[in-house]
Design a protein around this ligand. Structure first.
Ligand code: DGL
Length: 265
């Protein structure tokens, strides 16, 4: 049913970077966001745990009668995309495939770097998706665990962010990649710092932007696009306190988030 909302979930606040892009290119759609703030981070948890959380999250969004689901979280996309697609009768979009398509479009040298959480990197989901589309591509990876708290602290630029980025990224740069996938919800917030460290020759692929494009394509294909009449509703659910979410959300979305509710999973 086209008039129903699009559901978006993440382990917490970072998925608002994906929400932001979807809201930007689909201003007429109703959006329901679930941030599992009580159980974040997913990036250090096992595949089985992340799968269980992802199933519970989408079950909750189904109660809101969403017409489509977006897994904004890279770690959950890496571990749970196929099980969610098998379990629920609606289209489910993850962030990994769109990011890979964007990277393959951008690269000239076919040398691609991927950064993400520990879970995302060890799952090798990005590598599989890249190789499915282009078997001969060279891939270098790194997990950057400190980027998540850094982004949540609002330290997106400055000496400390640059020092950490330098430590994480210097080996990747030495491998002469020409494209780097920002494979975690929080990393687009650090994009300026990452760009400064890797230099202007390396294309940065923001999975959030690529995913928003994939959502549009999927809506068109499944004839689920909402006609552009009314004022869209933007609703947020969180599993921990709404206050912290509102504060960080304001920094990411550059606007107030009035409609934030607490839910128990
Ligand atoms: N949302 C997660 C991701 O994109 C990052 C935060 C976490 O570890 O839960 O992988």
């Amino acid at each position: 049913v086209p008039s129903r909302p699009i559901g978006i979930f993440d382990s917490g606040i970072g998925g608002l970077t994906v929400f932001r892009e979807i809201a930007r290119i689909l201003p007429h759609e109703d959006l329901v966001y679930l941030g599992d703030t009580a159980r974040v981070p997913y990036g250090t948890k096992s595949a089985a745990t992340v799968r269980r959380y992802a199933l519970q999250n989408l079950r909750l969004l189904m109660r809101e009668e969403v017409k489509m689901a977006v897994i904004a979280c890279n770690t959950a996309s890496a571990f749970a995309l196929s099980i969610l697609r098998e379990t629920f009768p609606i289209p489910v979009v993850g962030v990994i495939e769109p990011g890979c398509i964007g990277a393959l479009r951008a690269t000239r040298s076919r040398r691609i770097g991927i950064i993400g959480t520990e879970g995302t990197i060890t799952s090798r989901a990005y590598e599989r998706s890249l190789r499915d589309q282009s078997p001969d591509v060279f891939i270098a990876t790194a997990s950057c665990p400190l980027f998540v708290p850094l982004a949540e602290e609002g330290w997106w630029e400055g000496n400390i962010a640059e020092e950490i980025a330098h430590r994480y990224l210097r080996d990747l740069v030495a491998q002469e990649i020409d494209t780097l996938i920002l494979g975690c919800t929080h990393y687009p917030l650090l994009k300026k710092t990452i760009a400064k460290i890797v230099g202007p020759e390396i294309n940065l692929i923001d999975s959030a932007e690529e995913t928003a494009g994939a959502v549009v394509t999927k809506l068109d294909r499944s004839a689920l696009k909402h006609d552009p009449q009314k004022h869209p509703r933007r609703t947020f659910f969180v599993t921990d306190s709404p206050e912290r979410f509102r504060k960080l959300g304001r920094m990411i979305l550059q606007e107030e988030l009035p409609d934030v509710h607490h839910v128990e999973i």
